[in-house]
Design a protein around this ligand. Structure first.
Ligand SMILES: O=C([O-])C(=O)C[C@H](O)[C@@H](O)C(=O)[O-]
Ligand SMILES: [Mg+2]
Length: 443
C-alpha cells in the first residue's frame, strides 16, 4: 500500500464526522444608520451563528439571518441534524423539507419590506439551510485538511474583488437611541457620497462603487452618481433603488447615467417591469429582487429582464446552490455577481470561498462587511486593493472568538424583543414618527 493510500485510509478510520451537537447562537451586531428606500438600519441587527460539532471534536461554523422566523426554523432543523454526517450535504435539503414553516411568516409575494425579493416557505428554509451547509463544509474541510473552496472543486482565482457599498447615511442614530458610534460621518448629498467613496477607497482599495438609492428623488441620486463619475473617472458605478422607481423613471435614470453605469440594479419591481425597462435601454440590469429563487429564473431569463444576477448564498441555499445558479447564468449568457445584507466575517469567508470557484465572475461582489465594526472572529478578514485573499487553510479559515460571541449574544438576550427582527421602517419612525413603508413605485 502506498503512503498516500495508507494516509487517506487512516483519515476515514480516525475521523468520525457524525454530528453530535449543534449550537445556535442568536446575536445582535452594531449597524450604522444607513438609509434605504424602506427607512434606516436599526442600531443593532440580528444574525444567527451556527456551530456543528462532530464526534471527533471538529467544530464548523456558519452564519445566516437571525430574525425570529429564521430562528424558529433553525431550532427544529438543528435537532434533526444530530446523528447525521457533515458530509451529507444533499441530505440537508431533504431534511429542510421536513421542517414546517409557519404560513403566517411568508406571503409568497415580492417582499418589498425585506429588500430581498419574494418570500416563500422554500426560500425561508433555504436561508436557514445555508448557515448549516456552510458550517458542515467548514467542519468537513477542517477534518480533511482542505479549504472550503477545494470541497467546491477548487478556486480559479486567488483573490475575490469586492465593491464599495455606499449608502446615504446619517452621522448618528437618532438621539436617545442606544447605539455604537461610527467614524464615517454623514452622507446626505453628492459631496457626502463622494467623500464616503474616497474613504472606502483609501481604507480598503475598492475601485468599483455601488450606491444604495431609492432614498432621495431620482434627480438627486443621478447627481450623486455624476459626482462619483467625476471624482473617480473610469471606475465601475452602480445604483440600486431596490425597485423604488416606475418603468418611466427607471428609463429616465438609465438615459441620464447610461454612459457611466456598469449596471442599474433593481430599478423597478418585478420581472415584467424589469423586462420593460431592459427592452428599452442598453444599460445592463442587475437583480437581487426579481430573481432570488430557481423558480423565478425561467420567466426572467426568457423575457430578457436581467443581465446580471446577484447571487446570495444565504437565500439561494448555500455555496453549492450558488455554484448551480452560476452555471445556469453561464448557460444563458447572464452575468453573475453577489448581493450582500448586513453580515459578519463567517459569511464573508463563505462568500469568498464560493466566489473563488465561479468561472467568469465579471463584477466585483457586494459586501456590507466594512460597515460592521463588530465581529465574532478572533481576527477580522481584510480587504487589500478592494479584494479578499482566498484562504487555503482548512475549512473556511476563520476562528470563532467565544468571548465576542457571548458578548453579542448577551446583547440579544437583554433586548426586549424590539431589535430581534430587522425593521428599517420602525427605525425610521423614531426620527420621523409619521413614516410608513413607502408604496412602490415611489417615484
Ligand atoms: O438590494 C440590495 O442590495 C440589498 O437589499 C442590500 C441590503 O438589504 C441593503 O439594501 C440594506 O441593508 O439596506
Ligand atoms: Mg440590490
Amino acid at each position: 500500500m502506498t503512503t498516500t493510500a495508507r494516509r487517506s485510509r487512516s483519515v476515514t478510520e480516525i475521523r468520525d464526522l457524525t454530528i453530535t451537537e449543534v449550537r445556535l447562537t442568536p446575536i445582535l451586531v452594531a449597524d450604522p444608520p444607513l438609509l434605504n428606500t424602506q427607512g434606516v438600519h436599526q442600531p443593532y441587527t440580528p444574525r444567527l451563528i451556527v456551530e456543528v460539532v462532530t464526534a471527533d471534536g471538529t467544530t464548523g461554523v456558519g452564519e445566516t439571518y437571525g430574525d425570529t422566523k429564521y430562528l424558529e426554523l433553525a431550532r427544529p432543523f438543528a435537532r434533526k441534524l444530530v446523528g447525521r454526517r457533515v458530509s451529507d450535504l444533499n441530505g440537508l435539503f431533504v431534511l429542510a423539507d421536513e421542517v414546517a414553516v409557519d404560513g403566517s411568516r411568508v406571503s409568497g409575494q415580492v417582499d418589498v419590506g425585506g429588500l430581498r425579493g419574494v418570500q416563500t416557505a422554500d426560500k425561508l428554509r433555504l436561508s436557514v439551510v445555508s448557515g448549516f451547509e456552510v458550517a458542515c463544509l467548514d467542519a468537513l474541510g477542517k477534518a480533511l485538511g482542505l479549504p472550503v473552496h477545494a470541497l467546491l472543486g477548487g478556486k480559479v482565482r486567488d483573490t475575490v474583488e469586492y465593491s464599495a457599498y455606499l449608502f446615504y447615511k446619517w452621522a448618528d442614530h437618532p438621539e436617545g437611541v442606544v447605539s455604537e458610534r461610527d467614524d464615517w460621518g454623514a452622507a446626505m448629498d453628492p459631496a457626502g457620497v463622494v467623500e464616503q467613496a474616497r474613504r472606502f477607497k483609501e481604507r480598503y482599495g475598492f475601485t468599483s462603487f455601488k450606491l444604495k438609492g431609492g432614498v432621495f428623488p431620482p434627480d438627486e441620486e443621478i447627481a450623486a452618481i455624476r459626482a462619483l463619475a467625476g471624482a473617480f473617472p473610469g471606475h465601475p458605478l452602480r445604483l440600486d433603488p431596490n425597485g423604488a422607481w416606475s418603468v418611466a423613471t427607471s428609463l429616465k435614470v438609465a438615459d441620464a447615467l447610461g454612459d457611466v453605469l456598469e449596471y442599474l440594479e433593481d430599478p423597478t419591481l418585478g420581472t415584467p417591469a424589469m423586462a420593460e425597462v431592459a427592452a428599452r435601454t442598453s444599460v445592463p440590469l442587475a437583480t437581487n429582487m426579481c430573481v432570488t429563487t430557481f423558480a423565478e429564473i425561467e420567466e426572467a431569463f426568457g423575457q430578457g429582464a436581467v443581465q446580471v444576477v446577484l447571487s446570495d448564498h444565504h437565500y439561494w441555499g448555500g455555496l453549492r446552490n450558488t455554484r448551480e445558479l452560476a452555471a445556469i447564468c453561464r448557460t444563458f449568457g447572464v452575468g453573475v455577481s453577489m448581493h450582500s445584507n448586513t453580515h459578519l466575517g463567517i459569511s464573508l469567508a463563505a462568500m469568498t470561498h464560493v466566489a473563488s470557484t465561479v468561472p467568469g465572475l465579471h463584477h466585483a461582489c457586494d459586501s456590507h462587511y466594512p460597515w460592521q465594526s463588530e465581529d465574532v472572529l478572533t481576527s477580522r478578514l481584510t480587504f487589500e486593493d478592494g479584494a479578499v485573499r482566498v484562504s487555503d487553510a482548512p475549512g473556511l479559515g476563520v476562528e470563532l472568538d467565544r468571548d465576542r460571541l457571548e458578548f453579542l449574544h448577551r446583547r440579544w438576550v437583554d433586548d426586549d424583543g424590539s431589535l430581534r427582527d430587522r425593521d428599517d421602517a420602525a427605525a425610521m419612525r423614531v426620527a420621523e414618527p409619521g413614516w410608513v413603508t413607502p408604496t412602490v413605485p415611489r417615484w
